[in-house]
Design a protein around this ligand. Sequence first.
Ligand code: PEP
Length: 250
Amino acid sequence: MPRQFFVGGNFKMNPVSRGQKESIISVLNSADLDSTTEIVIAPPSLYLIPLKDTVRSELQVSAQNCYYKDSGAFTGEISPAQLVDANIPYVILGHSERRTLFHETSEFVAQKTKAALNATLKVILCVGETLPERETGQTAAVVQKQLQAVVDVLQESDWSGVVIAYEPVWAIGTGKVATSAQAQEAHLDIRAFLSHAVSPAVAENTRIIYGGSVTAANCKELSTQLDVDGFLVGGASLKPEFVNIINARR
Ligand code: PEP
């Protein structure tokens, strides 16, 4: 079965006002969206429930992070069980901003991935290399190490709830998008890794989406690559051009 094209919008710590949030949603709610694309938007947790209740039914909602415990004395955290209870189907884990600014290790990301999947959430798992790592030829090794930590704690069946987002750190929020050849090469490497580290079936069925300065202008070419199954979009997900990215395969 072909992998369903997937487009996620990571709003990060935006928008700063309810008015801005409403205008983003009204664009999405009235747009002509490709019905074959799975669409997920990830607002700040403050907006998860109101957004879920106001967006059209084709749009799913995702948290941007969660902890691995169900409840307890973990000030500032949100749990997989709470997200499930609020009918939030997805969570983003391992975003480079979490890994870099909040010092999340691959093992911690793996622990959270396992907890989220156990709670029945689906996970958008982010991996990617820095510029010095790419320039010194370490891209595949770095990404495999990030993935290996997750492979170590998941069962084969868990992977049906995972979408992998390949997000080179040097491309996130910089305007420097990976070329379609760079994206395809990294995605193919990830698929090959999954094939030997987990199973050929998981490699074939897992969606691997690209993130890093995706815009309306560059999404079409990227979307033609065989192993690019969609996008995780930051900045452009707050703009009307997000609609063009959702419709990239049209
Ligand atoms: C992201 O935050 O996941 C991202 C890809 O950001 P941007 O599209 O702004 O580079």
